[in-house]
Design a protein around this ligand. Structure first.
Ligand SMILES: Cc1cc2nc3c(=O)[nH]c(=O)nc-3n(C[C@H](O)[C@H](O)[C@H](O)COP(=O)(O)OP(=O)(O)OC[C@H]3O[C@@H](n4cnc5c(N)ncnc54)[C@H](O)[C@@H]3O)c2cc1C
Length: 543
């Protein structure tokens, strides 16, 4: 009988816990030990903001598995309050420090898995260590925040940073009845998405009483009369830092493992580091972006869990490979959801990819005649000329995840806009439409690629563009593009002689549908007409 493998896992939350449990299922004889420096393993970090806000009232609900459960169910040894402080590759040992007793000891491994996660960014700015300034990563963090709010009877909070964690914290502090100011260094929150797709969120935050201060970098925190003061002028009771995260690579770096250009641990598709006996997974590693071909950092629970399974497979002797990532993510703020998969225009530009096109659409999430239909804002980006889907962003109150998830699955299979035309989705009036919004996204994009629907974009119009608005006069009166000529669609066939034949007619309506009819008719009548994608609603989002 061969000897059992000894596997040490550093970090026992998303990636580490997944890896340990999977490994046990594959190898009954492996000796598996998890060390975590925190007091808990396998807790729901993603639920932390909602526990602060009282939406998840019981802290215990965040604990998905205890050390006892790991022992009883899997015979996996879990040591909490134990920090791995050094890796000795030549002897295949780690030095572990018991944070309660201060005692240190060495432990040996055949395979070592690093899943240490990412630490919240805390820039070198004055006052970020003052009492009342918090980051959000662990259950003890939420205890401190809740305790501080109760102790100081806090009425006001500043959240610095409008990423996922900052936004979720801002919402949850509002749930507690606090006044919230959100400061963001640039012109938009949720910088992982394209600016125009985030504009409904800006309005939504204000609607829910969150004061949004864009282009306001955090410059520091001071104390005045028992209060905290942010940037010298915002008096508050507490400050939450949601400024992003950085991969925890200290151990790996000290052990001489190779890091990537973005500062994460470099791994191959087996999740192996530059040392074949050491694996690394989760927020600490660089991952391959399937669309841009770049190695990136991506702090998301799904990839961390999947990578944990793959490392376990490989340690158990299977040839599993991590495919790479598309950055599929969702964030909810009050009842608005923003989701994305694949590339954004920003990420394509960063990668120098220019042979793409985009379409906007603003459909109802289910048929309009059924009560409760809600508007979705969708942006589909696809490659030219083959129509491969590169990315989708969606914003709305209902069904946002479903739309993006379907596109995400298609992207993994190299799906095209022609596949999207044909995608077969559930339909009954309360759930969708016989021609689903995603089919429409495919129709519009495929029509464009087939040459049936020339497109133009609001942000790429020539300065002297001829703008044709085919909406009804009352819609035109409510608001229209400067210099636009209004000929409502029903009158268009009778008024063709009012239009120039020697100019491009950039045509728009509310969302793009009537403009499409107009463009079809105009182009068959000898004009050069184009549909401005997404119509007047998109113009509003880009304003
Ligand atoms: C507030 C919050 C909300 C989030 N919401 C979402 C969400 O909605 N959706 C989503 O996809 N992702 C979300 N994430 C991100 C997601 O939680 C992470 O991507 C995921 O947990 C990463 O898994 P990991 O195993 O790499 O690291 P983690 O889950 O962070 O686990 C790392 C563990 O390693 C331990 N550790 C580190 N160094 C050592 C050491 N030297 N010795 C011993 N132990 C060590 C740490 O104590 C920690 O417990 C959220 C994160 C936070 C903080």
């Amino acid at each position: 009988m061969t000897e059992s493998k000894k596997v040490i896992i550093v970090g026992g939350v998303a990636g580490g816990a997944s890896c340990a449990a999977r490994l046990r299922r594959l190898d009954e004889r492996a000796e598996i030990t998890i060390y975590d420096r925190g007091p808990f393993v396998s807790f729901a970090n993603c639920g932390l903001p909602y526990h602060v806000g009282g939406v998840i009232p019981n802290e215990a609900s965040l604990l998905l598995a205890s050390p006892q459960l790991f022992h009883d169910r899997f015979r996996i040894g879990v040591q909490v309050h134990h920090e791995v402080v050094a890796i000795h590759r030549e002897t295949k040992t780690v030095t572990v420090k018991n944070l309660l007793s201060g005692e240190q000891f060495d432990d040996t491994y055949d395979s070592l898995v690093l899943s240490p996660g990412a630490a919240p960014l805390k820039p070198e700015l004055p006052g970020l260590d003052l009492p009342g300034v918090f980051t959000v990563r662990s259950i003890p963090d939420t205890r401190e925040i809740r305790g501080w709010i109760a102790k100081t009877k806090a009425k006001h909070a500043v959240v610095a940073g409008g990423g996922f964690i900052g936004l979720e914290m801002a919402e949850n502090l509002r749930h507690l009845g606090l006044e919230v100011v959100l400061v963001q260094n640039g012109p938009q929150v949720m910088i992982s998405m394209d600016a125009e797709m985030v504009s409904p969120l800006h309005t939504h935050l204000e609607k829910h009483g969150i004061q949004l201060r864009l282009n306001t970098p955090l410059s520091g925190v001071t104390q005045r009369d028992g209060k905290l003061v942010v940037n010298g002028d915002i008096e508050t009771d507490l400050v939450i830092l949601g400024l992003g995260v950085r991969p925890e690579t200290g151990l790996a770096k000290a052990a001489g493992l190779t890091l990537g250009a973005r500062g994460g641990i470099k791994v191959d598709s087996h999740m192996r580091t530059s040392d074949p006996t050491i694996f690394a997974i989760g927020d600490a590693v660089e991952v391959h972006d399937l669309i841009t071909d770049f190695d990136i950092l991506l702090a998301l629970a799904g990839p961390a869990n999947r990578q944990g399974r793959i490392a376990a497979d490989v340690i158990a002797g299977r040839d599993s490979n991590f495919r790479g990532v598309q950055g599929t993510a969702i964030c909810g703020v009050f009842d608005l959801a923003m989701a994305q998969t694949g590339a954004t225009e920003k990420s394509l530009k960063r990668a120098g990819i220019t042979d793409y096109e985009k379409v906007y659409l603003h459909p109802k999430h289910h048929v309009g005649y059924y009560p409760g239909a809600q508007t979705l804002h969708l942006k589909l980006i696809f490659a030219k000329p083959d129509g491969r889907i590169l990315g989708m962003q969606a914003v709305g109150t209902v069904d946002v995840a479903r739309k993006v998830d379907v596109v995400s699955a298609l992207i993994q299979k190299n799906g095209t806009v022609y596949d999207l035309e044909e995608v077969e989705l559930c339909y009954a009036p309360q759930f969708g439409a016989a021609k689903d919004a995603l089919n429409y996204a495919g129709f519009i994009a495929a029509n464009h690629l087939r040459g049936d629907l020339p497109l133009s974009q609001w942000n790429a119009l020539p300065a002297d563009a001829f703008l044709l608005d085919v909406r009804d006069p009352d819609e035109f009166t409510e608001g229209h593009a400067d210099g636009a000529v209004n000929i409502p669609l029903p009158e268009l066939r009778d008024r063709l002689d009012e239009l120039p034949r020697d100019r491009v007619l950039h045509t728009y309506c509310g969302v793009g549908q009537r403009a499409y009819y107009a463009v079809r008719m105009l182009n068959q009548s000898g004009f050069d007409a184009r549909d401005i994608s997404g119509g007047w609603i998109t113009a509003g989002m880009m304003a």
